[in-house]
Write a protein that binds this ligand. Structure first.
Ligand code: 39S
Ligand code: ZN
Length: 768
């Protein structure tokens, strides 16, 4: 019975990679220094996995930015617009593809980024063209295998499979289906495997996450073809195909029939697939049991896991079983032992948790228990595990009967605005008196190193709360003045007091706990520290009133109140697993509703409730969508429907394809939705147009995830595209996301250009 890991967090225990990348971009360190940091992280991770007793240790799970981008480089899928950068250093080309490039007379946009299935991780979307040819270009996979070997580790290279890679991408021209490119792509994979095998690779892991989704017939054929081709070329290679984030469903038979050595299944998300797969597994197939939750931070329940392992063991025998986490550990923080502050994370709660490193220990302990290896030690661990889980079940921290009564009493009226949108729109126009094509931003302004350092000093005690507030007031006032000067119509306070849009709210809600170092990669160098929801949620006090009111006191223009919505708070936290997610979400919805109502009472006329995560929360299989959408949309409506008709509710969404849930987005009934569109050149709007989306829309015209400054003309072009499909009276003008990751100089220039673009459109309106 082997132990296996699908992927380890690559940011480093103290976010070393994040810091090194950002320093490299700022020109503060050399490429060599960046490479050294990467090597150090990889080596530490391999070492740690080996010491923990993991048999199949992954390589190529490391990435400087993203594993899908790595693959695009590997197979030479470099979009034509980067042609002029190909002669320079490959790392700079790599970063230009995700950050854009605006230097030495060159001006190239970044590639699109979107959510990795239902996670808060973002990958870089491959771009495909008709008859595209692929070419073995980057040898990263091979180099990393060699690097590990030289350091004394024989690793299992991890690659996204060719079919899943094609499916993750997008056709950039009409007239073909990207799955047809498999024929051109597969030979490049064969070349890479050849090199790996020549280096001594025994096992290769192919990630095939689309096997957990509903897939079309041509995809199934492509998958079968892929593995039979590889099997024919490398009969002795041990191929492990990894599926995760859901059960195999209708693809079970297909998966079981593949000519591979081992199949990995997610038994956390899809425990009920085990019976079927055990029935279908042919004699030569091993099963990798994804039994330790790679998506959440709760301790494993050994007794429950052992029952499942035993069921598989009885059918397959111990030699055909591999014990694994359910998916890559990329989605959990590195090490619980980094949490040493008892007031941030109390010992009572800490004993219920396991991070990446602890999860690997769980994997080896479960293996030991299942085959009676190291048995005294393993039995002690089992006893401790039972005790820890019992303290959680019996803890008085978790249940609050007042909260439970309140969610049980919610009615349909609580989830519905007083009047329909057409009536609200007139009342809001009268109350706000905005011009056509009103301009606004999504909420945050640059979180400079200085602003973050004030917060760090406050935490250390080097600044008093009063000094900290004074500094924030000054920053907020300057931001209000800038927005007035730039001519924006609806202002925001800038959110300088917030560390993160979810963590900030969690910190003020009951039922939440935090970590000091529980970082998880979100995209590139950007990380988040998801809060831990361990108990019933309630709001002891107003959370945003102070800063919103302060900002409004500085200006006569309307200041928008900024909140994070219930689904997003749920989705971007580690959520308790002892009650259904909808129950927790409804509790959060009531807390946000209280905040919305307090803001209205304080005179705030526009309130934005961000729900960027609503799409990523969708279950992977369509049959499960309706149930999720039902409670998720209702939660948003509960939070938004306590206000009068003249109060304008905004929402914001980004980084997802929304086309397939457009009706549900409309059912949220926000007065205005601002939405990410600029990287995809307004593709998204077609769905809004086809459906005749009834309420107001602000399609983002400025891609804020790149330091590149768009020109007024560029934004006018995007707005013209929007105008062609959406009536002008419904259009708002705004960036496609918050500005917290940007610096001030580019932000100022870009926003002024954006306001000028809106003004140009108003002039055209007048002349017409
Ligand atoms: N998910 C969440 N939770 N939040 C989001 O905003 C988003 N946005 C979308 C989708 N998913 C999300 C895109 N993702 C960041 C993170 C995710 C993003 C976009 C941006 C981001 O800017 N993250 C920051 C980063 O990686 C960290 C933000 C933070 O928590 O740099 N900051 C803290 C603060 O400001 C702590 C910052 C910090 O690193 O207080 N402190 C230093 C330390 O702890 C010390 C500070 C100093 O001395 O300067 O070492
Ligand atoms: Zn956004």
């Amino acid at each position: 019975m082997l132990t296996n890991n699908l992927g380890y967090p690559r940011i480093g225990n103290q976010r070393e990679l994040k810091k090194a990348c950002e320093n490299y971009w700022a020109g503060k360190i050399t490429l060599e220094q960046l490479t050294d940091v990467s090597k150090q992280i990889k080596r530490t991770n391999w070492q740690l996995q080996k010491e923990t007793g993991i048999d199949l240790i992954p390589s190529n799970d490391f990435s400087l930015y993203d594993q899908a981008l790595d693959l695009s480089l590997m197979v030479g899928a470099i979009p034509p617009r980067y042609e002029s950068l190909k002669n320079g250093n490959p790392t700079d080309l790599y970063f230009a593809m995700v950050r854009g490039y605006q230097k030495d007379g060159k001006d190239v946009t970044a590639m699109e980024m979107t959510k990795w299935f239902d996670t808060n991780y973002h990958y870089i979307v491959p771009e495909f063209y008709k008859n595209q040819q692929f070419k073995f270009t980057s040898a990263k996979t091979v180099d990393e295998f060699k690097e590990a070997k030289e350091a004394g580790f024989i690793t299992k290279p991890v690659l996204i499979s060719p079919v899943s890679y094609l499916l993750l991408g997008k056709e950039k021209e009409d007239g073909f289906n990207r799955i047809e490119l498999l024929e051109n792509l597969l030979p490049v994979y064969i070349e890479i495997i050849e090199q790996l095998v020549a280096q001594g690779t025994e096992w290769i892991q192919f990630d095939e996450p689309f096997l957990s989704l509903d897939v079309a017939e041509d995809v199934k054929i492509a998958i079968t073809k892929t593995y039979s081709t590889i099997r024919d070329a490398f009969p002795d290679l041990k191929l492990l195909v990894a599926t995760y984030f859901d059960g195999l469903g209708n693809n079970t038979e297909l998966a079981a029939s593949l000519p591979i050595c081992a199949l990995h299944i997610d038994l956390v998300r899809g425990v009920d697939q085990l019976d079927e797969i055990l029935k279908l597994a042919p004699k030569n197939l091993s099963l990798s049991l994804g039994i330790v939750d790679g998506r959440n931070i709760w301790k494993n329940n050994y007794q429950a896991s052992l029952k499942i392992i035993d069921q598989a063991k009885q059918k397959l025998g111990k030699d055909r079983i591999i014990i694994s986490p359910s998916c890559s550990l990329l989605h959990v923080p590195c090490d619980l032992e980094n949490e040493t502050n008892d007031t941030t994370l109390t010992p009572e709660i800490k004993q219920w948790l396991a991070f990446a490193r602890q999860k690997l220990e769980e994997v080896t302990t479960l293996r030991d228990l299942a085959i009676s290896k190291n048995i005294t030690q393993a039995n002690n661990k089992l006893k401790a595990n039972i005790e820890a889980n019992e303290t959680r079940e019996q803890s008085t921290l978790i249940h609050n009967s007042a909260v439970k009564q309140r969610t049980a009493a919610i009615t349909e009226t609580d989830a519905t605005r007083n009047s329909v949108f057409s009536i609200r729109k007139k009342l809001q126009e009268a109350a706000l008196n905005l011009p056509s094509f009103p301009t606004t931003t999504i909420g945050s302004f640059p979180q400079t190193a200085e602003v973050r350092s004030w917060r760090a000093k406050l935490k250390k005690g080097d600044l008093t709360k009063k000094q900290y507030d004074e500094l924030l007031k000054k920053e907020t006032e300057e931001t209000i003045r800038f927005q007035e000067e730039a001519g924006l119509d609806v202002l925001v306070h800038g959110e300088f007091e917030r560390n993160d849009m979810v963590e900030y709210f969690g910190e003020q809600l009951s039922g939440f706990s935090f970590t000091k170092n529980g970082w998880v990669q979100s995209y590139g160098s950007r990380c988040v520290k998801p809060p831990v929801i361990y108990g019933d949620v309630s709001r002891p006090e107003p959370m945003t009133l102070y800063w919103t009111q302060y900002a409004q006191s500085l200006t006569n223009k309307p200041v928008k109140g900024m909140l994070t919505g219930p689904v997003t708070i749920l989705q971007w936290s580690f959520v308790r697993n002892d009650q259904p997610r909808y129950e927790t979400c409804t509790q959060i919805a009531l807390a946000i509703r209280d905040e919305v109502n307090d803001l209205e009472r304080a005179g705030v006329k526009i309130i934005q409730i961000d729900e960027p995560a609503i799409r990523e929360g969708l279950p992977l299989k369509k049959t499960d969508w309706a149930e999720y959408l039902n409670w998720a949309i209702r939660a948003f409506r509960i939070s938004a429907s306590g206000v009068s008709d003249s109060t304008q509710i905004h929402t914001h969404m980004c980084y997802s394809e929304f086309n397939d849930i457009i009706e549900d987005i409309a059912a949220m009934d926000a007065d205005v939705i601002t939405i990410e569109c600029s990287r995809s050149q307004m593709e998204l709007l077609e769905a809004f147009a086809d459906f005749k989306y009834p309420n107001d829309i602000g399609p983002g015209v400025y891609d804020i995830h790149s330091p590149r400054v768009p020109s007024k003309q560029e934004m006018i072009t995007l707005l013209e595209k929007a105008k062609a499909v959406i009536p002008s009276g419904q259009l708002w003008v705004n960036p496609d996301c918050g500005l917290k990751t940007r610096h001030w100089p580019e932000t100022k220039t870009a926003l002024k250009e954006m306001v000028d673009a809106a003004k140009a459109l108003r002039e055209i309106e007048v002349t017409v």
